[in-house]
Design a protein around this ligand. Sequence first.
Ligand code: SF4
Length: 759
Amino acid sequence: MSYAVAVRALCEFTAKEGDLDLRFTPAPTAAEGMAGHSTVVGRRGAGYVAEMPLAGAYPGLLVSGRADGYDPAQNLLEEIKTHRGDVARIPANHRLLHWAQVKVYGWLLCDGLGLEEIDLAVVYFNVLSQKETVFRERFAAIELRTFFELQCARFVAWAEQETAHRLARNASLERLRFPYPSFRRGQRQLAEAVYRAARDGDFLLTQATTGIGKTLATLFPQLKAFPGQGLDRLFFLTAKTPGRRLALDALASLREQEQNMPLRVLEHVARDKACEYPDKACHGDSCPLAKGFYDRLPAARAAALEQRWLTQEAVREVALAHQVCPYYLSQELCRWSDVVVGDYNYYFDMTALLHGLTVVNGWKVTLLVDEAHNLIDRARGMYSAELDQAEFNALRKVAPAGLKSVLERVGRHWNQLHRDQEVPYQIYPTIADLFIAALQKAVSAITDHLTDQPEGNQAALLRFYLDAMLFCRLAEAFGPHSLFDITRHDTRSLSTLCLRNIVPARFLAERFANAHSATLFSATLSPGHYHADLLGLPRDWQWLEVQSPFSAEQLRVQALANLSTRYQHRETSLAPITDLMARQFHQQPGNYLAFFSSYAYLEQALDNFRRAHPGIPVWAQSRSMNEAERQDFLDRFTEHSRGVGFAVLGGAFGEGIDLPGKRLIGAFIATLGLPQVNPVNEEVKARMQQMFGNGYDYAYLYPGLQKVVQAAGRVIRTTSDQGVVYLLDDRFTRREVRQLLPSWWQVERAIHTLQKPGA
Ligand code: SF4
């Protein structure tokens, strides 16, 4: 087997040494970098050869690239690097890498021209001062050859190991069998559709209820498709931690079939969850696990990949055994793992690691997006930015003297933005150019400041700098997919500016386009076009509604035709809701959940219920419950307990909780879950109307009903569960609303008659 590699990639893999150093160092922009190279080349004399193509061979490996410049008159080969600030602050491991590159080019040139020796130089060009700092040294060709061969030998050994791994992995996946004797109802249908999507490079939206084993039914066919499709990587992307756990459990059950199955599975978690020294900074002078990180990385990487099953705990163990940072080891392992299980943001965010690696390496990847109904809101957050004027003014007071004038200018333009705003909240069609220009100037002034003085800066300055950079970046991409809004605070002299993304399709489309295929699955993805439009799926996306394993006999669903939970009817709705809940409880004592649209409504209903039915046990969700309190709430639902838990629709208990059997036998849903009518949502409606011709449904109805179906989905969790769901609003009897409810439900239209007191 013969391999080919670019000089840069070769050196990055084999010649990285020293500390991990994540200290903020302002780097030149891509445009500044290119301009810097041209300036240096322009200063060289006639006969200077820029961008010199070079190539050479080592047994089993072809190495090629373009050296920045060669001066035949001086027999001098140069590698040009642009930078900002003091050369002394270029991290040592970067400098070693630069030397490794120029040495490899040096050998390729000596070999090509038959030279005995050569002068090599790394030229650091400061993009601000335009000054060059040159490090020059003479090398004998034989010395360079030894260096080159060492790098190549390391690379070839690794590449051979990777090729062998891939062959073994694919052979093992060919043998892979479904881990149970038979598929559950709906599971085979889902597995076949996912396989077809992975095989044909399709983008599949699939709605499937809980209880069919979705995670296994999506992972198994994706893995089966690996060998035939020549797939490189599978990313299983989740919204929350429980999804990650389910994926790992399913993968573990697949791996059990073969001892030490050659499939590398990595659980990649956030830095704050993996960090061993949260009070330290990520560089060798502060954190012991950053010190000498690259020196110990090769052994740690090899040990980790030997294990193949790389949960967070396993990565931590290997990292600590080799004294390297677990988080950055995990980042490195993302390059070498077949399956990565991690949060959405590692693929969909603006600077997502997995997406970046996919593009740079030209990987053929396939995506599984778990609980995909969460992706719209999560992605909106990823592509929104906010600037708060109170924080900005506080920063201005303590900012270094050299930044005062640029920040004042930003402040002046900021005040202009909201000067004529009479109402507390307003959406604007455009962002004032002058403000953005002032903000951009401030960003470059802070960049220069941080370049000159990288240490000892206020956290507020760095925070504003990052927020302002993101704001400028999103302002450049501003369009109908986002709102620019200003919220004026009580004092009226201060405001918050927000670039609020409402249709993430504009940003996510590229991420989907770079994947070979994707399956997005959830119990609530209906209607498919709503998700496909907002998420930017390719035009020919496919839809599958998986047959439910549950039957209508398991769940009695009643929609109340004579009850309204509209805001103006709240007061009058309390008595019938309370009455109906108590009646159901007495008829069939057990555990129930009651969902309301807001805490205010919940508290009113709870108060009413307690007074009218003091004998029925109740417990309620409160505004800021911590994890232990949430667990206490759930622990009240036992096989033998009885009572009603009051919760808010769309909150912590509206989805993602599992109360099978008698732990939950019914739900009352006293709301359609429609988002509040406010200026943001009204503008969202208007934009959705313009973009998709369906404003109300896209802004209100679909997101609302999704929450209702999620909440109702808590009742039936297994094929032996029995339960009841009350939909407490007359709008649930409308055709267009009922169409959005699961097709296996048989919704009865019911009329509630309030019992007379004492009856
Ligand atoms: S252990 Fe924490 S502080 Fe140290 S390098 Fe890792 S993430 Fe940074």
